[in-house]
Ligand binder design. Sequence first.
Ligand code: ARG
Length: 464
Amino acid sequence: MTMQDNKTWSGRFAEPVAELVKRYTASVEFDKRLAPFDIQASLAHAQMLEACGIITMQDLIDIRRGMTQIEHEIFNDKFAWSFDLEDVHLNIEKRLTTLVGDAGKRLHTGRSRNDQVATDVRLYLRHAIDELHELMRSLQSAIIDLAIQHTHTIMPGYTHLQVAQPVSFAHHLMAYFEMLKRDADRIIDCRKRVNRLPLGAAALAGTSYPIKREMVAELLGFDGVCENSLDAVSDRDFAIEFIACAALTMTHLSRLSEELILWMNPRFGFIDIADRFCTGSSIMPQKKNPDVPELVRGKTGRVNGNLVTLLTLMKGQPLAYNKDNQEDKEPLFDTVDTLTNTLRIYADMVGGITVKPAAMRDAALQGYATATDLADYLVKKGLPFRDAHEAVALAVRFAEQRNCDLSELKLEELQQFSSLIADDIYSVLTLEGSLASRNHIGGTAPQQVETAIAQARKHLAGQN
Ligand code: ARG
């Protein structure tokens, strides 16, 4: 093959391949959402460069003027994003240079896209965490508002999805409040590790310019700088940790969704979800489907998937920065979007739940939910627990054969199973008696749940 042949061949082939490679390697289509943070970080960097005598005051003034214009263009959708310029950083820098000339070219002094992108992602995520934390609190607040109305609404508590013991609907709801409280704590803890400044690490080894990293950190509201330049540009564990937090929150909401779906089924009939969160069927006119909870359950899968994506992305990377890291953004953005939308819709949906206390009560009465109370009664009268358990099991079988509840058996009938049973048993066998007796921290007694709700409100108000 002659040179000419090769050239002809490459001449025919290189253009489309180059275009494909360009598209393959470009990230601007998705990383342009980092633009506001990229600009914010660049302005802080430029201010530090000027303070350290690395660029002039005139350069800084020009950079600021150019960035103001760029922000305006982006905000008004007038900015011409270009694939040829690969990513958000090069697009903005190129435009800055077009607008202000040499000052734009000086902006990149003492930094690299490696520490730049790591900084942008951290700024983005910090902002997202603050918003998500607020949304979590709104949902917690919606849960409390519903719970406070139902401290005396009795439903069956389940284990193995079989009727276990009566609980109040409020108590059940407050279990989700607790989960969300941990989620909110977790995300704020994660924020501490997100909120560190990579800039100054440059490509990987630091820079020979006399920079002041602490100044940039302070300008950008970071708690401090990343302590090792190699780690600063290559670490994405803060993003993985965030997605793990998000996956847990989604998992909690997926469990609640599963319950809402079951409770809306007529066999339970415990609740109804407002029409605006449901859809009908194109073929079955009677249908009202709980689409929103179903989708929350489904979308939990994608957030869990995003977590695995980022873990897998990192596991084989040698230090320091590798282009693999460009792939961190879509799963991260998708996680933020999914969790944001889910929390937003959930707070509204919880507020639109219609509770059907009669159906809950009927279900609790059907499953011998107070059997444990009968056993505990016998234990308090001196019978060893295992013997009490056996006596009650026989009593339940007896009641089952008569198709009635334990509380509907006559005293003589109950006494066949233990002579310790007296007529004070009936207060124990009622649902209300059962609830009231679990009167300790964390128990389902209305008094305890009311206290828990009051504490929860205080917590949300920042008072404990
Ligand atoms: N778009 C890149 C990313 O998201 C920016 C960093 C590129 N650095 C490089 N040396 N190619 O990671």
